[in-house]
Write a protein that binds this ligand. Structure first.
Ligand SMILES: NC(=O)c1ccc[n+]([C@@H]2O[C@H](COP(=O)([O-])OP(=O)(O)OC[C@H]3O[C@@H](n4cnc5c(N)ncnc54)[C@H](O)[C@@H]3O)[C@@H](O)[C@H]2O)c1
Length: 382
C-alpha cells in the first residue's frame, strides 16, 4: 500500500515537472530586448539567441582582459606524476614560508598553504594565486585540517617577540594544538612532517656554541615562555608521534634569519636599522654597540629545510649562520647540518642585506593596493 502511494506521488511530481518545463519552453523567442549604454559597451538584442551570443562574447572579452592585466606566473619545472609531491606548508604566507613555497613551486610540486594571516600576508604569495599547482587556504591550524598530502612543512607560528607576546595563549595553542593537528594529519595520510623549531629552545644558553645535544637553559614562566616552551613541547610531540605512531618527522632548529618579506616592524636589529636608515631617522643602538650578531639569509635557510626534508635524519638539526657572534649570544653549532645535509650558509651578509634593503625600499614606496609585490622568486643555484 505504502509503495503504491509513493508511486502515485512520484508520478504526480514528474507530471508537474513536465508542465513547468513545457511552460519555460513555450516562452516566445522574441520577448527579449536589452540595451545597455555604458562608456564603451552598447548592446541591443532582440531575441533570446542574440542575448546568449552577446553574453558569450562579453565573457570571452573579460577573460582576454584578465589575461592582459595579469603578470605571467614564474616559470615552473614540469614534474611527472611520480615525482610530483603534494606539499602542505603551514604558515606559508609568512616570511620564511613564502620563500619555501617559491622554491617548492619552481621545482614543480603541488603546494597548499594553510595560514590564518596573523602575521602572514596574501601579498607574499600573490604571484602564485591562480596557478594550477597552488592552493591558498585561510585556515587556523588550531582546528583540524583534512587534506591529502605527501609532505608537511609545519611553520605556522608567530616568530618575533612582539608578535608571539601579543597573545601568549594563542601562541601556545598554535604550537601545541596546531602541532598535534598537523601530526595527526601526517599520521593519517602517512606524510612526512618537518617542524620549524627554533634556537629559542636553548633558552639563555650556558654552552657556546649550542650543539643539538644541549638541553637548554630555559625559564618556563618568563615573558617569552609561550614561544620557547611552545616550541619545546612541539618537538616533544613530534618525537612521541614518531615513536608511538610511526610518523616520519624532521626537526629544524632555526636561528635568526633575515631577507625580503621579513616583518618591517619585528623590533629586531636588521629591520630596525634598515627602516630607520631609509626613513632618515637616528639609528638605535642598544648597549655599547660592541655586540655582534649574524643572521642567515632566508634562501640559505630554505635550502637547509628542503635538504633536511629530503634526508632520512630524524634528530633535531641546527640551521643558522655561526659567524660573527659574541660569546654571550646564541650561536649555532652546525656540524650536524654540514655532515648529514652537506649544508652550510652561502649568502654573504652584505649581499643579503642589499636585497633586503631593496625590498624595504619598495614596500615603503607602496601607495596603492594595485602596486604588486616586487619580490620575484628566483630558483636557488644548487
Ligand atoms: N624568522 C626567524 O628568524 C625564525 C627563527 C627561528 C624560528 N623560526 C620559525 O620559523 C617559522 C616561520 O617564521 P617566520 O619568520 O616566517 O614568521 P612569520 O610570522 O612571517 O610566519 C608565520 C606564519 O604563520 C602564520 N600563523 C601563525 N599562527 C597561525 C595559526 N594558528 N594558523 C595558521 N597560520 C598561522 C602567520 O600568519 C604567518 O604567515 C616559525 O615557526 C618560527 O617559529 C623563524
Amino acid at each position: 500500500m505504502t509503495l503504491l502511494i509513493m508511486l502515485l506521488l512520484t508520478v504526480y511530481a514528474y507530471s508537474k515537472l513536465q508542465d513547468e518545463i513545457s511552460i519555460t519552453n513555450t516562452v516566445p523567442q522574441k520577448q527579449f530586448s536589452y540595451e545597455h549604454r555604458g562608456d564603451d559597451i552598447k548592446i541591443k538584442v532582440e531575441t533570446k539567441d542574440e542575448l546568449s551570443d552577446k553574453i558569450f562574447m562579453l565573457q570571452d572579452k573579460i577573460r582576454q582582459l584578465e589575461r592582459l592585466d595579469r603578470k605571467p606566473f614564474p616559470e615552473v619545472q614540469f614534474l611527472s606524476y611520480t615525482n610530483r609531491k603534494r606539499i602542505l606548508v603551514t604558515g606559508g604566507a609568512g616570511f620564511v614560508g613564502s620563500h619555501l613555497v617559491d622554491q617548492l613551486m619552481l621545482q614543480g610540486h603541488e603546494v597548499t598553504v594553510a595560514d590564518n594571516f596573523f602575521t602572514g600576508r596574501r601579498r607574499n604569495v600573490e604571484h602564485w594565486i591562480g596557478h594550477e599547482n597552488f592552493e591558498l587556504l585561510n585556515h587556523d591550524i588550531i582546528n583540524p585540517l583534512h587534506i591529502e598530502v605527501d609532505e608537511i612543512y609545519h611553520l605556522a607560528s608567530p616568530a618575533s617577540p612582539p608578535n608571539y607576546m601579543y597573545n601568549p595563549i594563542k601562541t601556545i595553542k598554535t604550537n601545541t594544538l596546531g602541532t598535534i593537528n598537523m601530526l595527526g594529519l601526517a599520521k593519517r595520510v602517512k606524510a612526512k612532517l618537518l617542524l620549524a623549531s627554533t634556537s629559542e629552545v636553548y633558552g639563555d644558553p650556558e654552552v657556546h656554541p649550542q650543539p643539538e645535544t644541549y638541553w637548554g637553559h630555559v625559564n618556563p614562566i618568563g615573558p617569552r615562555a609561550c614561544y620557547d616552551e611552545g616550541k619545546r613541547v612541539a618537538e616533544t610531540m613530534c618525537y612521541a608521534y614518531h615513536k608511538q605512531g610511526g610518523v616520519d618527522i624532521r626537526v629544524a632548529r632555526i636561528f635568526n634569519t633575515f631577507g625580503p618579506r621579513m616583518h618591517m616592524n619585528d623590533g629586531r636589529v636588521v629591520s630596525n636599522f634598515i627602516l630607520q636608515a631609509l626613513q632618515n631617522q637616528p639609528i638605535t643602538v642598544y648597549g655599547d654597540g660592541s655586540q655582534t650578531r649574524s643572521f642567515q639569509y632566508v634562501s640559505d635557510l630554505v635550502d637547509g629545510l628542503m635538504a633536511l626534508m629530503a634526508s632520512n635524519y630524524t634528530q633535531p638539526v641546527n640551521l643558522g649562520n655561526p659567524d660573527e657572534y659574541t660569546i654571550n649570544q646564541r650561536k649555532p653549532d652546525i656540524s650536524v647540518a654540514m655532515k648529514i645535509l652537506k649544508w652550510k650558509p652561502k649568502v654573504p651578509m652584505i649581499a643579503g642585506l642589499n636585497k633586503t634593503i631593496e625590498y624595504f625600499k619598495s614596500e615603503l614606496s607602496v601607495r596603492h593596493h594595485s602596486q604588486r609585490n616586487i619580490w620575484e622568486p628566483e630558483k636557488h643555484s644548487a
